[in-house]
Structure formats: C-alpha cells, structure tokens
Design a protein around this ligand. Structure first.
Ligand SMILES: [Fe+2]
Length: 183
C-alpha cells in the first residue's frame, strides 16, 4: 500500500483513491500490531516463523491503480474476508475469545477495504462489466480463484457491493490450479 502511494501520481483524479489507501494502510498496521502482540503474549517474536512472500512477488507487476485494486482489494483482501471470518469462528469455537476478537476486527476492516476497491473499480470501468474489467486488470498468474478463501461466502461479496454478474462468474470460474481449490 505504501508502495502504491509512491508509485501512482497525485493527480486530482487519484486523490480520493490515495486517501483510501492511506485509511487501509492504517488499518493494516493496526492488524499487524494485534497479531504481533498476540504472538508476543505466546512467547514468540515476529520473524520466528517463516512467512510467504507470494504477495510481494506479484506486487512487482503492479503498474496502474486498476492493477492495484484488482490484485489487492478484489483478490487478496477479498480472500481474506473468508479467511478472517473462518478463523474468527474457529477461535470462538475453542473458546479463545481474545484471538476471535482480533479476527473479527480484521474481518470488519477488510469489508471496508474491499468495498472501497469495488467503488474505485466501478468508477474506472467505463462500459465494461466489473467482472470483465477485473479480469482485464488482474495480472497472471493471479486469477479470480485467488479471491476465494476457506469456506467461501457469497454474502460477503454482496456486502462489499459486488454485483450478481460478478458473483456468478466468480462462483463458476475455474483456473485449473490445484492450490486455489480451497473452498
Ligand atoms: Fe485489508
């Protein structure tokens, strides 16, 4: 997100877009802090576990705001709607209400992040459908299947303002990759 702020111009048409990135960035730092504090309370430090660099590898190819919104908001953050809610429920089930609360915060903020991605993509898409515009701007090897997390829930897509054409295309989409079959 910080990279996007540096990469994209500050022309008047992008001011609101960049302001929304700043809002999301503040939330993401809050999430990181919550995760880090939880790790610390369990006796670990950030860095004690290897992490995945998949996102960073993909982020290199972002050249335009619509690439950013397609990749970040409509794909990675959209998948995190399912993941965060899934883990919120699992933590609640085992009685770890502190962790459940963290995941609930992440989920609620993620709703607003994806919503703002949908908003800007709708502003930019001209006469293309949102689905086609998204497909056009999502850089390979990413595919719409990456926007689906564990325990996919259509109601979250409706909540962020994705239209029914988008949702039905997403649900029938198959990229043939094994890793993205995680529903
Ligand atoms: Fe987010």
């Amino acid at each position: 997100m910080a990279l996007a702020l540096l990469k994209f111009s500050s022309t008047p048409d992008l001011i609101n877009f960049k302001k929304s990135i700043i809002d999301s960035l503040i939330d993401e730092q809050k999430h990181f802090k919550l995760y880090e504090e939880k790790l610390n309370s369990l006796g670990y430090e950030f860095g004690d576990f290897p992490i995945n660099d998949y996102f960073w590898k993909q982020a290199i190819s972002i050249k335009k705001p619509e690439h950013f919104s397609s990749m970040m908001s409509l794909t990675f953050e959209a998948a995190n709607l399912d993941f965060s809610y899934y883990f919120y429920e699992r933590f609640k089930e085992i009685g770890d209400l502190e962790s459940a609360k963290i995941l609930k915060t992440v989920f609620e903020d993620e709703i607003s992040h994806v919503k703002s991605g949908v908003h800007f993509m709708n502003n930019w898409r001209r006469d293309l459908s949102l689905w086609d515009y998204y497909r056009e701007n999502l850089i390979f090897p990413l595919s719409p299947a990456r926007s689906i997390g564990i325990s996919y829930q259509a109601r979250f897509r409706k909540a962020v303002g994705l239209d029914s054409n988008f949702i039905s295309n997403l649900e029938s989409f198959d990229d043939g990759f094994k890793i993205t079959k995680r529903r």
